[in-house]
Design a protein around this ligand. Structure first.
Ligand code: G
Ligand code: G
Ligand code: MN
Ligand code: NA
Length: 254
């Protein structure tokens, strides 16, 4: 496969880089964590966003070495940031195939050890798809048993079953941006507000913190804060940016 070869070569040539998007405390606007989002610095095409190549390589074994690079690079960067910001964390997206690799937990542990980070430093974002089924649950449990924090990503898009939530050892529930954006649907019957509020209540009863993704407008932030949502991520705060271009806040609700 041509693309696969190109990506393999790109990995050898170190053409990937990570951008980061702040995840802030909904009440105080302070940065608590950053989500690492991979980009491909293509010699001809320029900066290629993950949506253009991740879905393709998630189906191949190439996601394993790329995923390992992402984990190590995120750990390296976090080590640098932690000199100034002790409690800061970085969340990393993990593909189902990566999670299913027998040596996955060791790869995470090696990245943490190399940069003297505690087990809580990196949060592993997994989608519902990755944890569906017996195997998925077993993989997730294995990783969680080692004390590595998990976030359920894109919650509300797949075959989300709220009844499974209490069985998953997640520290974060990330409500998908489609649900956040439907909060202000014109017709009340089409609004996702009751669902978002219920998810927050439910997650809290299960001891899980809630991250709202794709928050674009101050009114959405204000509502979410009023409902007790813990963390906010989205353009209302900041777009993903290279480490040198990051703005650190704190952000205030206008
Ligand atoms: O930035 P953009 O909207 O193009 O991101 C598309 C998708 O790529 C997102 O769903 C995000 O989770 C995924 N993604 C970004 N970085 C990584 C990564 O390092 N590994 C994996 N597996 N997925 C990633
Ligand atoms: O699936 P995942 O949550 O990992 O994907 C994150 C993606 O969502 C990133 O590509 C990021 O650029 C994008 N994103 C982040 N905040 C917003 C937002 O407020 N609005 C929209 N439309 N996309 C966002
Ligand atoms: Mn994510
Ligand atoms: Na997401």
């Amino acid at each position: 496969m041509e693309l696969e070869q190109a990506l393999r070569a790109a990995l050898d040539r170190a053409e990937f880089c990570l951008h980061y998007q702040p995840i802030v405390d909904a009440a105080t606007g302070e940065v608590r964590a950053l989500e690492a989002l991979v980009r491909w610095r293509h010699p001809q095409l320029g900066l290629v966003p993950p949506g253009r190549f991740i879905p393709l390589i998630e189906g191949t074994d190439l996601i394993v070495p790329l995923g390992a690079w992402v984990l190590r690079e995120a750990a390296r960067q976090l080590r640098v940031w932690r000199r100034e910001r002790p409690g800061l964390r970085v969340s990393v997206n993990v593909a189902p195939r990566q999670l299913a690799q027998p040596g996955f937990a060791e790869v995470v542990q090696a990245a943490l050890d190399e940069f003297s980070l505690d087990a809580e430093a990196l949060i592993l974002e997994v989608t519902e798809g990755a944890v569906l089924g017996q195997d998925g649950e077993a993989h997730v449990s294995r990783v969680a048993a080692l004390g590595l924090p998990l976030a359920l990503d894109d919650f509300g898009t797949g075959y989300s079953s709220i009844s499974r939530l209490h069985r998953l050892p997640a520290c974060w529930l990330k409500i998908d941006r489609s649900l956040i954006q439907d909060q202000d649907a014109a017709a009340p019957a089409r609004s996702s507000r009751p669902i978002v509020r219920a998810l927050i209540t439910f997650a809290h009863e299960a001891g899980v913190q809630v991250v709202a993704e794709g928050v674009e407008r101050p009114e959405q932030w204000r509502d979410l804060r009023g409902w007790g949502c813990d963390l906010i991520q989205g353009f209302v705060v900041a777009r993903p940016a290279a480490p040198d271009d990051l703005v650190w806040g704190p952000w205030r609700l206008p």
